[in-house]
Design a protein around this ligand. Structure first.
Ligand SMILES: CC(C)(COP(=O)(O)OP(=O)(O)OC[C@H]1O[C@@H](n2cnc3c(N)ncnc32)[C@H](O)[C@@H]1OP(=O)(O)O)[C@@H](O)C(=O)NCCC(=O)NCCS
Length: 174
């Protein structure tokens, strides 16, 4: 037996089965169930707004996901256009098992690439994950720059007067 100081350290047992390598792509029909689940979990925590199955189905072309080799959805985000002038980064959620491993940035990078392709001038978000968006190149702005969003969601939110979300935006064209 080795003396105690030369013993190899004990490795902690993983709490979940290991996650297989993950790729990022546009969402497909097969992803809907996984998206619904991720959004539901994060909406329950108050991190994102709820989205119905029907809404997700109808907007599927504007969703991006990170999936593992078995097809399980580990991250999602959607692009919600308001007008020719701007679109919202909406329903961004990463499974707890892979948080902090770059998947949030990866799905947002896909969304930004498609927003550029579609020549959307600005993408914005209302968020508490401000540092995450600053890391992705966004800057802090005033939510009053996005009146359609404020009218649609904020005006019916019980936290309206005590809102702790910060508006962030990324300009994609000069
Ligand atoms: C916010 C969230 C999407 C980030 O996804 P993630 O995959 O964990 O993040 P990444 O690993 O891609 O992190 C990239 C960067 O953001 C930072 N970051 C990650 N999560 C953060 C958080 N919740 N708050 C602040 N910063 C965060 C990381 O430190 C990292 O910074 P760096 O690149 O400068 O080192 C994820 O934590 C999540 O699902 N949160 C709950 C839902 C939510 O708040 N959604 C946003 C609604 S607008």
């Amino acid at each position: 037996m080795l003396p105690a100081h030369t013993q190899p350290p004990l490795l902690p047992l993983p709490a979940h089965p290991p996650v297989l390598p993950i790729g990022v792509r546009r969402a497909e029909m097969v992803d809907i169930e996984g998206i619904v689940h991720l959004v539901k979990v994060h909406a329950h925590r108050g991190d994102v707004l709820p989205r119905s199955l029907r809404d997700i189905e109808h907007t599927l072309n504007d969703w991006f996901v990170a999936v593992d080799q078995t097809g399980e959805v580990f991250a999602c985000v959607s692009l919600l256009p308001y007008s020719d002038r701007y679109a919202e980064v909406r329903s961004l959620a990463v499974d707890d098992r892979v948080k902090g491993q770059g998947y949030g940035q990866a799905v947002v990078a896909q969304l930004i690439a498609i927003a550029r392709e579609r020549q959307i001038p600005v993408v914005f978000a209302l968020t508490r994950a401000v540092q995450f968006f600053l890391s992705a190149g966004f800057s802090i702005t005033d939510k009053e720059h996005y009146p359609e969003k404020v009218f649609k969601d904020c005006s019916i939110c019980p936290l309206l007067q005590n809102c702790d979300e910060v508006a962030v935006e990324l300009k994609l064209t000069s």
